[in-house]
Ligand binder design. Structure first.
Ligand SMILES: [Zn+2]
Length: 273
């Protein structure tokens, strides 16, 4: 059994062994932002293609059975939760090297946090076991489109296929289309994309009010500053799997949240009164 520092070092070596320095991630085409900016995942299978590979039966769990809920009194697009409770939601763009995703989840769990992962459908196709890993950790799993293209600029049919393509993967892997939808390459959805998300079964679109900018690989200290400088009760924080800085930022970030008595909970918990 490794000591805590030993485990962390082992995780970092796993990440390094996977060739995931900043340059490695960029070379692997893993750079991806939730907000506007750089393009994301390389084009994968078209969203209308059937999900490849045999379906893997998901172990039944409370989280897996969850379906999107309508939260009374909340707008269609949710940017934050109630400001009068000491809770925040850490939300992750689900893409990139699984070793990094697993390291982030392990750090979250070590710090007592439950997070929300918005997974890209093509990522689930490549790493179907990640869906179960996320749910088994007590986290939430949602839809971040099939290919993480600039969805706000897409024709209606194509944008809808991006949403339903990911939803189909989630349904097949977990029995649910996931609890949340977040549009790709934008902080806010257009009215059309909101309508399409609702048509696909998501009563709300999940935005955020705190941007960690971790996808720019600014160093862990900057990621922590970006979050702690603006976070407050009710905040929804945008973070990304796929970047080593995020792994390094998690323990001190969670320590700082604990110092401020802010609990990191799932988005559903954040919004449930
Ligand atoms: Zn994203």
């Amino acid at each position: 059994m490794l000591s805590l520092p030993g485990r962390r070092a082992a995780l970092r070596s796993a990440v390094r062994a996977a060739g995931l320095g900043v340059a490695g991630a960029a070379a692997a085409g893993l750079t991806a932002a939730c907000g506007p900016g750089r393009p994301a995942a390389p084009p994968a299978a078209p969203p209308s293609a059937p999900p490849p590979g045999p379906a893997r039966p998901a172990r039944p769990s409370r989280a897996a059975a969850a379906v999107p809920r309508r939260f009374a009194g909340q707008p269609v697009e949710i940017g934050h939760g109630p400001r009068n409770r000491p809770e925040v939601a850490l939300t992750f763009h689900g893409n990139g090297e699984p070793a990094i995703a697993r390291a982030v989840l392990a750090e979250a769990e070590r710090g007592g946090a439950r997070v929300t992962v918005l997974a890209i459908g093509a990522w689930l196709d490549a790493h179907p076991d990640m869906a179960r890993r996320i749910l088994d950790g007590g986290h939430e799993l949602g839809n971040h489109t099939q290919r993480h293209l600039a969805i706000n600029g897409m024709p209606e049919a194509e944008a809808y296929a991006e949403i339903t393509g990911c939803a189909q993967r989630l349904k097949r892997l977990t029995g649910s289309i996931g609890t949340w939808f977040r549009p790709s390459q934008t902080q806010y959805a257009t009215p059309l994309v909101r309508t399409l998300a609702q048509r696909a079964g998501y009563p709300h679109v999940l935005s955020y009010d705190v941007d960690s900018l971790d996808f720019t690989s600014p160093g862990a200290a900057a990621v922590i500053r970006n979050v702690t400088g603006t976070i407050r009760p009710g905040s929804v924080v945008s973070l990304h799997f796929g970047y080593a800085d995020t792994v390094d930022a998690m323990p001190p970030l969670l320590e700082e949240l604990a110092r401020r008595k802010l609990r990191a909970v799932t988005t559903t918990e954040l919004l449930t009164t």
